[in-house]
Design a protein around this ligand. Structure first.
Ligand code: FES
Length: 236
């Protein structure tokens, strides 16, 4: 067991006078405890007003994304002891509007997703006796594209998003490429064309922050470069 100090960036919209401030909590943590376990302990035993999102506790739903010691990550996946620190700073994801404490508005994330039509578009009728098939090689091309859990970490880390809140965002570009690269999709242009916009692909300056920030080790920058090539070469 070890006593860890958590410095948590707090904000209550009903307390304008106080604004954003750091609050300290001491938590007893043992090997295997995650940041989320400790936040739950604070909420349940010390301060019920502390507000954060969580659901699956398994790195699947993306709800618990936050900034932990300056790095965007999933609170349910970061083990406290692995950080090897006596004091851990926890803040809301940067770039989004804070609603309360560690909860941010993910409206920009949703707006970006809707622009890229994040679903398969087909024009021909489906086969009557089987699903639309792919070869194993065609299916393999989607690895690294479909696993995004929409936690918002990548877009939160992106300077282009900090400068332009209408920026479509790396999460949405990755999703667009997931369908552009899918051999069963019959309208790649419909995913691509919304990206050819002043808030779109060309605002990416290949800084790679999104790659660093992704807790699922995905590579939105590579997807962005493939999408840029597809647009420039009018490949579709
Ligand atoms: S609680 Fe679902 S990803 Fe952390």
């Amino acid at each position: 067991m070890a006593t860890i100090t958590f410095k948590i960036n707090r904000f209550n919209p009903d307390d304008e006078r106080r604004g954003h401030f750091m609050q300290k909590y001491q938590v007893e943590a043992k090997k295997g405890d995650t940041i989320l376990d400790c936040l739950n302990r604070i909420k349940w035993k010390q301060d019920g007003s502390l507000t954060f999102r969580r659901s699956c506790r398994s790195g699947i739903c993306g709800s618990c994304a936050m900034t932990i010691d300056g790095v965007n990550n999933l609170a349910c996946e970061v083990q406290v002891m692995a950080l090897k620190r006596d004091t851990i700073t926890v803040e809301p994801l940067r770039g989004y509007t804070v609603i309360k404490d560690l909860v941010v508005s993910l409206d920009p994330l949703v707006k970006g997703m809707l622009k890229v039509k994040p679903y398969m578009i087909t024009k021909t009728p489906p086969p009557t006796d089987q699903e639309r098939l792919q070869s194993p090689e065609e299916r393999e091309k989607l690895d690294g594209l479909y696993e995004c859990i929409l936690c918002g970490s990548c877009t939160s880390s992106c300077p282009s998003f900090w400068a332009d809140k209408e920026y479509i965002g790396p999460h949405a570009f990755l999703k667009a490429y997931r369908f552009v690269a899918d051999t069963r999709d019959e309208a790649p242009r419909e995913h691509l064309e919304p990206l050819d916009d002043k808030h779109g692909l060309w605002r990416c300056h290949t800084i790679f922050n999104c790659v660093e920030a992704c807790p699922k080790d995905l590579n939105p920058t590579k997807a962005i470069s493939e999408l840029k090539k597809a647009l420039v070469n009018d490949k579709f």
